[in-house]
Design a binder for this molecule. Structure first.
Ligand SMILES: Nc1nc2c(ncn2[C@@H]2O[C@H](COP(=O)(O)OP(=O)(O)OP(=O)(O)O)[C@@H](O)[C@H]2O)c(=O)[nH]1
Ligand SMILES: [Mg+2]
Length: 399
């Protein structure tokens, strides 16, 4: 009995444990831990005409001079042409969270005789990276999939202040259903504030007119007010008017900042009021990286479907009818809950049985004790009577 008792843990404690295990409120913590363990990676691509400051923006984002741009060579207005598609990566760590940030630098187009030569290599790169992902997904062992897909494409628009040009429209139409497009007004320091504002409006209207989708940040009912406001603020800045530079300049009040110096003053790179660079960086790295990755995944799924169909893989839709994930989930949950209820019931029974056994035992010992008690009492009584008898006899003999 004692051994059996020790083996079975106290029923009430066991029950509480089960309750907290079923409560999936802890799931986000598990996901959080798993994500931190695996680390994060994000890949963006910069595309646009030559000399618009693509390489400079990459350097500005990383705050290091990783890629040659006209700027570092001191060749102002004489850009160092990027010649190959190249990926620049940096591993960033913050509060034990690891992020691998990849930016793909591309040679600027605009000096090609045939426009299609401009987007071909870009589109090929994007699709090759999707193909590599698809190929990894199709492997038998999929535990180590490396995601090199392009999660966002920063498209540089010349700061003409007028409208999108034909080449922009053609280019974006080609890339639109393969990648998240984030439009950027390059070198926005060459435009006045009012020019930027009206140019932004015009660009959005042109994009809409040509049915070109640009990035739309999701707002969820679970977001708090502050997050919603922040998301709306970022969204309202698109297309981002950017100024890039890693040069340190001195402001009128004597501060040394990253910026561009002009006779009329300094444009500070890290000042939110001077350009949209800070907001762009915030969106890419701090607040919406996962949203962008999710949206990129939707585009990938479309690509994947088209690709598989073109390869002759036909989807058997009936499989999906039978395996309705929602119903399957509900069924699994119902089974799980029934199992829990059964276990709980069994435990209750065991507990009750043990309690009554214990009670019976106690009652028995109580009776035994009582019997012994009266026995001893009886013995004592007899003894006392004997002693009293003896005393009386002694007194009588003394008289
Ligand atoms: N005014 C101004 N000039 C800039 C800005 N960003 C870059 N530049 C200058 O523009 C020139 C070209 O910059 P790059 O970064 O090399 O341009 P790119 O787009 O990489 O050019 P390609 O590699 O040829 O495609 C350099 O002289 C930069 O200093 C900016 O925000 N404002
Ligand atoms: Mg370049």
């Amino acid at each position: 009995m004692a051994a059996a008792e020790a083996a079975a843990p106290p029923p009430q404690v066991q029950r509480r444990k089960l309750t907290s295990y079923v409560g999936f409120a802890n799931l986000p913590n598990q996901v959080h831990r798993s994500c931190v363990r695996k680390g994060f990676s994000f890949t963006a691509m910069v595309v646009g005409e030559t000399g618009l400051g693509k390489s400079t923006l990459i350097n500005t984002l990383f705050n290091t001079n990783l890629v040659p741009s006209g700027e570092e060579r001191g060749l102002h207005d004489e850009p160092a042409k990027t010649v190959n598609i190249e990926t620049i990566s940096a591993d960033i760590e913050e509060n034990d969270v690891r992020l691998r940030l990849n930016i793909i630098d591309t040679p600027g187009f605009g000096d090609f005789i045939n426009n299609s030569e401009a987007w071909d290599p870009i589109l090929q790169t994007i699709e090759a990276r999707m193909d590599s992902y698809l190929e990894q997904e199709n492997r038998v062992n999929r535990s180590r999939i490396v995601d090199n897909r392009v999660h966002a494409l920063l498209y540089f628009i010349q700061p003409t202040g007028h409208a999108l040009r034909q080449i922009d429209i053609e280019f974006l139409s080609r890339l639109n259903d393969r990648v998240n497009v984030i439009p950027i007004i390059a070198k926005s320091d060459t435009l006045s504030e009012e020019e930027v504002a009206s140019f932004k409006k015009r660009i959005m209207a042109d994009l809409k007119h040509h049915g070109i989708q640009t990035v739309t940040l999701p707002i969820s009912e679970y977001d708090d007010e502050e997050t919603i406001a922040e998301t709306q603020e970022i969204q309202s800045r698109i297309p981002f008017a950017i100024v890039g530079s890693n040069n340190i300049v001195t402001t009128a009040d004597g501060r040394h900042v990253r910026g561009r110096a002009y006779p009329w003053g300094v444009i500070e790179i890290d000042n939110e009021d001077h350009s949209d660079f800070v907001k762009l960086r915030q969106m890419l790295i701090r607040t919406n990286m996962e949203d962008l990755k999710e949206q990129a995944n939707v585009l990938y799924e479309n690509y994947r479907r088209q690709k598989l169909i073109s390869m002759g893989v036909v989807q058997d839709e009936s499989v999906f009818k039978q395996v309705n994930p929602g119903a399957q989930h509900a069924e699994a949950r119902a089974l799980h809950e029934a199992k829990l209820a059964r276990m709980e019931n069994e435990m209750k029974l065991v507990f009750q049985r043990k309690v009554s056994e214990k009670e019976a035992k106690l009652k028995q010992s109580e009776e035994e004790l009582y019997a012994r008690h009266s026995e001893m009492r009886h013995a004592l009584d007899t003894q006392r009577q004997e002693l009293e008898e003896y005393k009386r006899r002694l007194q009588n003999s003394l008289r």
